[in-house]
Design a protein around this ligand. Sequence first.
Ligand code: VG1
Ligand code: CO
Length: 543
Amino acid sequence: MQRITVQTTPIEGQKPGTSGLRKKTHVFMQPHFLENFIQSIWVGIGGVEGKTLVLGGDGRYFNDRAAQVILRMAAASGAKKMIVGQNALLSTPAASNLIRIRKTDGGIIMSASHNPGGPKEDFGVKFNTANGGPTPEELTNRIFEASKSVTAYDIVETQDIDLSQLGTTELAGMEVEIVDPVADYAALMQSLFDFGAIRDLLASGFRLRFDAMHAVTGPYAKAILEETLGAPEGSVVNAVPSPDFGGGHPDPNPIWAKELMDVVFGEGAPDFGAASDGDGDRNMIVGRNIYVTPSDSLAVLAANAHLAPGYSDGLKGVARSMPTSRELDRVAAAKGLDCFETPTGWKFFGNLLDAGRVSLCGEESAGTGSDHVREKDGLWAVLLWLNILAVKRQPVASIMTAHWEQYGRNYYSRHDYEGVDSDKANALVDALRGKLIHLPGQDFSGLTVESADEFAYDDPVDGSRSENQGIRIGFTGGARIVFRLSGTGTVGATLRVYLEDVETDPSKMHRDAQETLANVIAAADEIAGIEAYTGRTAPDVKT
Ligand code: VG1
Ligand code: CO
């Protein structure tokens, strides 16, 4: 076993986006690419010597190879210990939990989340800090700066470690502990929810279907939903993590989880359906014949969390990312809770959670979570829903109707224009930015602009400021449009247009969202010139 120093030169494009560094897999596999980025993480965190880190990933193509490289680099740079999920698997929330309960210095998660995987698709790496949460902006910048001046990295030359055997082993003086990826996470879930009540619900004939989308939550959902809570075998489908996610996009939305949608809208549909993404931090919730938007789900969970033992004392406060619908704000107002609006990306919730200002947060992109870890958590959201259903014993559709009648309904949709030429997307945003001050008072498709600005966030805990976090346009009456460019894609640009309108008349709670939002959708094109800039007449994905 030999420790060597490899000379390298900086590689362009190692700037992490909304959640870690994501690239085409072949880019990550090119000589020194992964190594340079890992070395930059070491530099960013002030060296890895003497430190203990968690390591795991979502099982996508190259996950196994990358794990061996990271372990050999950690050993060569003097890390004390690495805690690794068996077969290098760990869901993002389980990794966050391990970092916290084992009080490590952080962890590395190998995932491009909901992006597809495989040799022609995407790979990614993210670093989480000692609180279990994603790298804050300031550390992200340090890592990126380090990537621009990296000249060498240390690595051990040796055989691969067998990551399939649980237990402790050693690599060039560094301890490697291989742990069951599910056990600690399952125990955490059991401490938060009334498993007895959920078991009773499932024994009463209530049927559920969980679609793991060939991604990392398969083993977690099998162990918790089937083996512990007694859902019949086969309730969890697509449960074996595969390197290319069965050739699909592990993105839990009505388009990519169509198989599940067809089942819950079909004959003999189960009572409840759910899906999760590549790394297990997103969730999709459906009931028989009803799709629950992530923004609505967040609001329902905020309104009912007290029904679960882990939240029976009530919530400290709630938070949502700026583009997420303001359905949550209605619940917060009714319950007298603080409601924070943060930029897109889970990293912005960390300080609020650490400071005890909020205990539940979420994003319109199917991310929901609480202060139990510092990541969004797909299976947690499913279990909280099941706990609520176990108490209420009502169909999902009835719960939604009652919720909207009580709080009002914010009709909501996100339109994504994918793979747009980056220059054109930037030109659209620049032009929009340039005309913001002139918009208030103007009419578009029958809507009058009340406010128009570019969102900036002042963190109430550490005082840091994050600018350019999306353009938001408010209309009289409560409608809103948000425009922003995605920070997770690997090809061209993705323009996200978030559309919302308010309805308080209880007789108008069951309309089609796209139809109801038609004038808001038209106003978005009129204001931003989407078709003129991108040449697209319709979005690629509507969620
Ligand atoms: C998207 C979502 C954002 C989410 C991020 C990471 O980012 O919009 O809400 O936090 O993905 O989620 P963007 O920049 O593409 O809009 V995950 O599950 O992909 O780590
Ligand atoms: Co994810």
